[in-house]
Design a protein. Sequence first.
Length: 159
Amino acid sequence: MAKDLKAQSKRLAARLEAIPSEIVAEIKPALIASANDLANVAKALAPEDSGDLIASIEVTPPGGVTPAYAQGGGRRQATENQALVTVGNPDQRHGHLVEFGTDPHKNGGQFEGTDHPGTEAQPFLLPAIRLTQDRNKRRIGRAIGKAVRSAAKSGGGDA
């Protein structure tokens, strides 16, 4: 009996260790689909002047690296269980100013000393998150449930 319990415990431990990598592999399509959904809604909501802002909205898949100058500054590598949506690139670095607006201020540089009246916020990313989060949570939740069931049925990788 004790040997049976030890053997069962060993098999269970092996199955539990195998589940996370299997789940991550199986949910990647749902992560990418959710990120694409968010990016598409953000593009639809973004104000279009020259189109640079919309063109700078990108999806970075799990394990990928974000574009330079994307929101948050610099490059960032997505983990294996993340898909990232970023706004910005080396040519377009004002997404946060569009999203949140600017206060009136004194200009510097070429127009130093002149007054800037500020800009109205034109939110596009946060509303896109709010519009897609429930659908994306359901999509990812279904993928996790399916992956767990699949891992449990296959014995956690034990043949």
